[in-house]
Design a protein around this ligand. Structure first.
Ligand SMILES: Cc1ncc(COP(=O)(O)O)c(C=O)c1O
Length: 380
C-alpha cells in the first residue's frame, strides 16, 4: 500500500483522498451477508460523493437521504426511468430520514409517494398540509450511551408519546408505515440495539393490537467500524439483532437499516503533506496541508480520533499535527506518535477516513481541501 499511496500522491498532489470502490462494494456485501433479511438504505450523509452514490446504486442498495439535494443526487440515476418506475423506486428504495423537513422540501417531494420520518406533532401537521402523499415512520428515542456520536438528545419521540403520535397520524388520514430508531453513530455497545428493539417492539405490537397496520422496523445506523481492536465484531452484533428482532416482532415485519459509516469509513485513505515544522514548549508541531475545516472536519462533530502514519522511519515521539488555516482551533491531533525526524515535504497517511470527512469539508481560509482519487471504480 505504501508505494501505491506515494505514487498516487506524486502523480496527483496532496492532500489526496483516495476512495477504493472495491472496499465499498465489499462493505455492502458484508452487511448483506450478515443481515440478509434487511433492506439496506445507505445514509448518503456519511459521504455524499456522487461516484460513491453510483457504486452503492449499482450494488442495489436503497438510500437514506437527509435533504432534497441528497435526494436529487440519487434521482440522477433514475431520471430516465418511466414515471411509474421512478415512483416505485422512490417509494421502495428511498427514505427521508430527517425528522424535520422544511415546507419547500415537502412540497417538492409530494409528487412522489415518499417515505418520511417524524417525531413530533408539529411535523405531522406540516406533512399533512404539504405532503399528504407521504408514508410515515415514527422515530423513537432510544438509549445511545457509549456511542461515538449521540443522537437521542436531538431526535426521537419519547416512547410514552408514541401511541398518541401514531393515533394522531391516522386520525389526520396519514399512514404510519412503521417505527425507527438510531442508537448513536459508531455504537460499540450491543446492548443499545437490544434496548432499542425492546422499546420499539412494545410500541409496534401495541399499535398492531389496536388495529394500526404498522409494517416496517427501521433500525437506523450506528453499525461500528473497526477503527481499533476494541470495536465489537459486526457478525456478533448482526446475530444479536436478528435474534432479538425475530423474538419480538411479528413475522411479517419488514426490517430496514440505514448504515452510513459502515459502508464508507474503511474505503478511504488520506495522504497529507508536512508544510511546516515547529517546536512549541518542547513538542514538535507538524503543520500539514489538511485540517479540521477540511477533510478532518469529523473531529469536530463526529468526535473522530484520526490516526497518522509516516512513510519515513525514525525514532517516534508524541507530536502535534495541525491544519493549514490561520485559526488556532485547527489542531488535528495533539498526541500523535510520529517520527521526530520528519521534514517539510514528507508525507503522512490516515486510514479509515471515508465517513464524515469530505462530506463536511469547507473552503475556510481559501484552502480547497483534498483532491479526490477514485480507485477500482467501475465506469458505466
Ligand atoms: C437518521 C440517520 N440514519 C442513519 C445515519 C447513519 O449513521 P451511521 O453513519 O452511524 O451508520 C445517521 C447519521 O447521522 C442518521 O442521522
Amino acid at each position: 500500500m505504501y508505494d501505491e499511496l506515494k505514487k498516487l500522491a506524486r502523480e496527483h498532489g496532496t492532500p489526496l483522498f483516495i476512495i477504493d470502490h472495491d472496499i465499498i462494494r465489499s462493505n455492502c456485501r458484508i452487511f448483506r451477508e450478515n443481515l440478509p433479511s434487511v433492506q439496506i438504505y445507505y445514509a448518503v450523509k456519511a459521504n455524499s460523493n456522487q461516484k460513491i452514490i453510483k457504486t452503492v446504486f449499482n450494488e442495489g442498495l436503497s438510500f437514506d437521504v437527509a435533504s432534497y439535494n441528497e435526494f436529487m443526487q440519487v434521482y440522477e440515476y433514475i431520471k430516465d426511468f418511466k414515471e411509474k418506475d421512478q415512483d416505485d423506486y422512490v417509494w421502495d428504495k428511498i427514505i427521508f430520514s430527517n425528522t424535520i423537513k422544511d415546507i419547500e422540501t415537502l412540497k417538492k417531494i409530494k409528487r412522489y409517494l415518499p417515505l418520511v420520518t417524524y417525531d413530533n406533532i408539529e411535523e405531522l401537521k406540516k406533512i399533512k398540509a404539504h405532503c399528504g402523499t407521504a408514508g410515515l415512520i415514527l422515530r423513537l428515542k432510544v438509549p445511545d450511551t457509549g456511542s461515538q456520536v449521540e443522537m437521542s438528545s436531538k431526535f426521537g419521540a419519547e416512547p410514552q408519546d408514541a401511541a398518541a403520535l401514531i393515533k394522531s397520524a391516522f386520525e389526520m388520514g396519514l399512514n404510519v408505515e412503521g417505527l425507527s430508531f438510531h442508537v448513536g453513530s459508531q455504537c460499540t455497545v450491543n446492548d443499545n440495539y437490544i434496548s432499542a428493539l425492546a422499546i420499539t417492539g412494545e410500541i409496534f405490537n401495541d399499535a398492531r393490537k389496536k388495529g394500526y397496520g404498522l409494517k416496517i422496523l427501521d433500525i437506523g445506523g450506528g453499525f461500528p467500524v473497526p477503527y481499533d481492536a476494541n470495536v465489537p465484531d459486526f457478525g456478533t452484533l448482526a446475530r444479536v439483532i436478528d435474534a432479538e428482532f425475530r423474538r419480538i416482532f411479528p413475522e411479517d415485519t419488514e426490517l430496514i437499516a440505514e448504515p452510513g459509516r459502515f459502508i464508507v469509513a474503511t474505503a478511504a485513505v488520506l495522504v497529507s503533506e508536512i508544510i511546516g515544522k515547529n517546536r512549541r514548549e518542547g513538542k514538535i508541531f507538524y503543520h500539514i496541508n489538511d485540517g479540521v475545516y477540511h477533510t478532518f472536519s469529523g473531529i469536530v462533530y463526529d468526535h473522530w480520533v484520526p490516526n497518522f502514519t509516516a512513510f519515513k522511519e525514525g525514532k517516534k515521539e508524541i507530536c502535534a499535527v495541525v491544519g493549514p488555516t490561520c485559526d488556532s482551533f485547527d489542531k488535528v491531533s495533539l498526541s500523535s506518535h510520529l517520527p521526530g525526524n520528519l521534514d517539510i515535504g514528507d508525507l503522512l497517511y490516515t486510514e479509515n477516513i471515508g465517513a464524515y470527512s469530505i462530506a463536511s469539508s469547507t473552503r475556510f481560509n481559501g484552502f480547497d481541501g483534498a483532491k479526490i482519487f477514485h480507485k477500482n471504480k467501475i465506469s458505466s
